[in-house]
Design a protein around this ligand. Structure first.
Ligand SMILES: Cc1cc2nc3c(=O)[nH]c(=O)nc-3n(C[C@H](O)[C@H](O)[C@H](O)COP(=O)(O)O)c2cc1C
Length: 183
């Protein structure tokens, strides 16, 4: 327990998750206690770094649901940031398919009224799939802040946008401030 507000940073299986340590360190420097959750794909990619990430955050990195009867190992979230968010995770979240801890937590966060932000990392070809726009609309309707980066190129090109960790973090801080400091 640090007394700092708690940011749940939930990462999924897109290339920028390999730089998630940078985001953890930035958020900590900005005064946040960070708890790191990963989808099984992201956890597999980061497997060699998980002990270091646990040492950095001071909490277990979670990629699976706890067992029945186990206590929660994380403090309560003040804000949830899903970043980078894959096409798969955005769609599963919108459809309520909560077989991964990360998606299950994000789904519950909306119902609990915890400010929840996602920065997808989805190329234009996948973003053109009809379910994607429906998912974004559904999630926004449920109160999620889905930050969509500009895609400069047409579907079919290698056009996954540059991932903007600073935007992801500032969007999470803004969502937290909007709910915790009403004007
Ligand atoms: C090297 C690599 C990079 C990938 N990058 C992305 C990406 O940027 N966006 C995306 O939606 N999927 C990407 N994928 C595909 C996802 O990893 C895949 O859909 C996976 O099932 C996502 O699972 P998750 O959403 O549970 O993490 C990538 C896959 C690989 C192997």
């Amino acid at each position: 327990m640090t007394g700092d507000p708690v940011l749940y940073l939930l990462g999924t299986g897109a290339q920028p998750v390999l730089n998630i340590t940078v985001a953890v360190e930035r958020a900590q420097a900005d005064g946040w206690q960070v708890c790191l959750g990963l989808t099984p794909t992201a956890a597999r990619w980061l497997h060699p770094y998980l002990p270091g990430l646990e040492a950095l955050t001071g909490s277990p990195v979670r990629s699976h649901y706890k067992l029945p009867g186990q206590d929660d190992v994380w403090p309560t979230a003040d804000v949830v940031l899903l970043a980078p968010a894959t096409f798969n995770t955005v769609n599963r979240w919108a459809l309520g398919l909560t077989d991964s801890f990360v998606v299950g937590y994000a789904a519950e966060a909306l119902g609990r009224g915890i400010p929840t932000v996602a920065l997808p990392c989805v190329n234009a070809a996948l973003a053109a799939h009809p379910q994607y726009a429906r998912s974004v609309e559904t999630l926004r309707g449920a109160g999620a802040h889905i930050v969509l980066p500009e895609t400069a190129t047409a579907p079919g090109q290698d056009d996954t946008p540059e991932f903007d960790w600073a935007l992801a973090l500032s969007s999470a801080y803004a969502a937290y401030n909007a709910t915790s400091r009403p004007v």
